[in-house]
Design a protein around this ligand. Structure first.
Ligand code: GH3
Ligand code: MG
Ligand code: MG
Ligand code: MG
Length: 323
């Protein structure tokens, strides 16, 4: 997941969304009078793709499934069905951001006011002028694309702020902000929580012997192998240069020890490929492992204990797991 967001985050900003013409949209037209929807659909089809749905209940279903850029809803439908559709479309997650252009006969103009209160974006009174319909549809579609673009940018900024750029794993800041929550959840639910610090052995000599880029390749490949060896609920982060932390909810020392040992073996057992040069590099890691000891224990103490175990793993000869 993090890798995907990283790739999105690194894309050049999309200018097209800002310079958008508002043409070529997908529109769902909800209108039950054939003479009306045939005319409107013909006008709109000059610039957009149009689906017509006379039944407002069906229309809500299509709107949620259909990935539309605009809903055009007749408020002349019986029993305030058009208004109900607008209000439902506003409350559904899938349709919340889709603009709505309401249309109505002048005698139903109070429905238009009600529509604006519940989130209709714009309206037109019948008889509908062709040029005005096209202009308003374009405006709504353009606005929709622009706000989607802004929303994507915000999302990317958030993901970049919590992601390590080299490996795509979470960064230290993210881990530290979540560890306390995970520890609290574990204590409240009476479940164990395991934490390990992993440090690549003699990483400095990898850099020295093969170059900094090769070192980066090793870090990236290491992250791939870490990701493969953990579950979705586990939290893996790059804690520092060649140091990583894995937090495993609902995992006791015994199981975490097996995970750590399997990971250690998978690193030592399969030399790492680097981009430049055909040579594969032998890499080993040392792991310090611990678990949350009691309710309310400070996460700093848990980290410190894992670090002490790591220090012993290094001291005892590296390429090993110590808990
Ligand atoms: P030990 O077995 O005791 O862990 O030895 P070590 O050489 O791995 O440990 P040390 O802490 O002395 O060296 C870590 C090195 O990692 C030093 C630093 O230049 C390198 N490093 C840190 N961040 C990066 C990075 O992003 N890319 C690369 N290529 N090297 C990095
Ligand atoms: Mg070191
Ligand atoms: Mg190291
Ligand atoms: Mg280190």
């Amino acid at each position: 997941r993090a890798i995907t967001s990283l790739e999105i985050g690194m894309q050049a900003p999309e200018r097209s969304a800002i310079a958008d013409t508002g043409k070529g949209g997908r529109i769902l037209l909800v209108d039950d009078r054939q003479s009306s929807y045939e005319r409107l659909a013909t006008i709109l089809a000059a610039e957009h793709t149009i689906d017509v749905e006379p039944n407002p209940t069906e229309a809500l279903f299509h709107a949620a499934e259909g990935n539309y850029d605009l809903l055009i809803v007749s408020l002349d439908l019986n029993n305030f069905d058009g208004l109900r559709l607008c209000s439902q479309a506003r409350s559904l997650e899938r349709t919340r951001h889709v603009p709505i252009l309401a249309i109505a006969e002048p005698e139903n103009s109070t429905r238009l006011l009600r529509g604006l209160e519940i989130g209709v974006n714009d309206y037109l009174l019948r008889p509908i002028d062709k040029t005005e319909l096209l202009a308003r549809a374009r405006t709504q579609i353009r606005r929709r694309r622009y706000t989607d673009h802004l929303r994507d940018n915000v999302q990317n900024s958030i993901e970049m702020a919590i992601t390590d750029a080299l490996t795509g794993l979470h960064n230290r800041r993210y881990m530290e902000s979540h560890l306390a929550t995970l520890a609290e959840q574990a204590a409240t639910r009476g479940k164990p929580l395991a934490l390990m610090i992993l440090d690549i052995d003699y990483f400095k000599s990898i850099n020295d012997n093969y170059g900094h880029d090769a070192g980066d390749d090793v870090l990236r490949e290491f992250a791939v192998r870490v990701r493969k060896s953990i579950r979705g609920i586990d939290l893996a982060c790059r804690y520092g240069g060649e140091e990583f932390v894995i937090v495993m909810p609902e995992t006791d020392l015994h199981v975490a020890g097996m995970v750590a040992e399997r990971l250690r073996r998978s690193i030592a057992g399969e030399p790492f490929a680097i981009h430049k040069g055909a040579k594969r590099i032998e890499v080993t890691i040392s792991i310090g492992l611990t678990t949350l000891e009691h309710k309310g224990e400070a996460v700093a103490d848990v980290l410190k204990r894992a670090d002490t175990a790591l220090y012993r793993a290094k001291h005892d000869g590296r390429n090993r797991v110590v808990s």
